[in-house]
Design a protein around this ligand. Sequence first.
Ligand SMILES: [Fe+2]
Length: 189
Amino acid sequence: MHNSSLQTFGLSLFIVLAFIVIGIGFMFGIDNPIPWIMIAVLAALPYIHKRISARQYLAWDDKLSVGIESIDEDHKKLIGLINTLQTAVMYPSGETYERQALKEVVDYTIYHFKREEELMLEFNYPDYEPHKKTHAVMIGKVGEFMEAYEQNSEGAICDLTKYLKTWLIKHIAGTDQQYTSYLHEKGVK
Ligand SMILES: [Fe+2]
């Protein structure tokens, strides 16, 4: 079963069991605290669910800025696309939506890497080669996840989303920020 379907199933099961517990609980008297506790838990469920879901999404932070507008815009766009993928993974959105979200992230990542590499090359950035290599390794890894996904591996899309989230934030906040001062000196804004 798909991970999101499994979660939905688990939640539904919990709700059904909670109602049974409430029903049985009240048979032991209206002052029995257990059914009241269950009612409180049920009432808080949407809030708990919202809090847990929100934590799965990436958010732009000015600390992630590399100080170059076009690159920052690309990174913001990538964060948005990864969040769309996250939605596809978390909710039973259907294969078409899932595939579309996946394709858009991968395509835009490749496009963005090319743009960033061209910028580094244009201004003779000394660490161009190792930086480019980091991009290539990442694309290779994404390719492996995609293969697993095509072979109907259950968790592949979940693992890929997790990988993209961790990789992107680490890369933007680390490797990418290393070129800021060099490119600024060259007049790139
Ligand atoms: Fe980069």
